[in-house]
Design a protein around this ligand. Sequence first.
Ligand code: E4P
Length: 219
Amino acid sequence: MKFFIDTANLDEIKEAYDLGVLDGVTTNPSLMAKEGISGDEKVRAHYKAICDIVDDNVSAEVISTDFEGMIKEGKELAKIDNKIVVKVPMIGDGVKAIKYFHNEGIRTNCTLVFSAGQAILAAKAGASFVSPFIGRLDDISYDGLELIEQIVHIYDNYGFATQVLAASVRHSMHLIKCAELGADVVTCPLKVITGLLKHPLTDSGLAQFLADHAKAAGK
Ligand code: E4P
C-alpha cells in the first residue's frame, strides 16, 4: 500500500518523507490556497518544490473545467517534472481529458469520485489513479469505506490497471480499514500517518525498559 500525504505544506511533506514511508503527495486548489499559493508562476514553482522533496507521484489539479482548458493546463503541469500526475475532476470533459492524457502517456488522478459508476468511467478512460473521497461520504451519512470495497472488487473483476487511491481519509482507522480492503494508495494529512505510531503500551513499555536499564547500570 502506498502512502501519499494530502497537503501543499512543504514542512509537512518533508517531515513525512523523512519518516521514510512517503510515496507521493496529493494537492488540490483548496490546499494550495491554504498555503497562500496563487498565480501561475508561484503555483508552478510550488509544485516543483514539492517534486524536489519526494521520489514520485505529485498530484497537481487542473482548474479548467472544459476539455481544451484541461488539456492545455495538464500539459503545462506535466512539463514541470516527470513526477507530476495531472489531477482531473470527474466530469464529462474530465473523462475525455483523462483518455487524451492516457493516450499521450501523461499520468492522471481522477478526483472527486463518490460512486462506483464514476470509478468505472475513470478506469475505462485510463486514469492512473481514482480518488474516492471517503471522509466526505461519511460526512453525509454514506459509508465511504463501502465504496472502497466496491471499487476494489469491480477493478479486480476486470483487471483494471487504475489504482484505487482512498482520499479524504480523516483518521488512522480509515487508513487501516482501507488497507484491509485492498486500496492501492491512501492519501491523508500528516497526523493520520504519525497517528499510526501511537500506542500507550509502546510508551509505557519503552519507559519501563529504559528505567530497568538505568537501574541495572546504577544510574
Ligand atoms: C484528495 O486528493 C483530496 O485532496 C482530499 O483527500 C480531500 O480531503 P478532504 O475531504 O479532507 O478535504
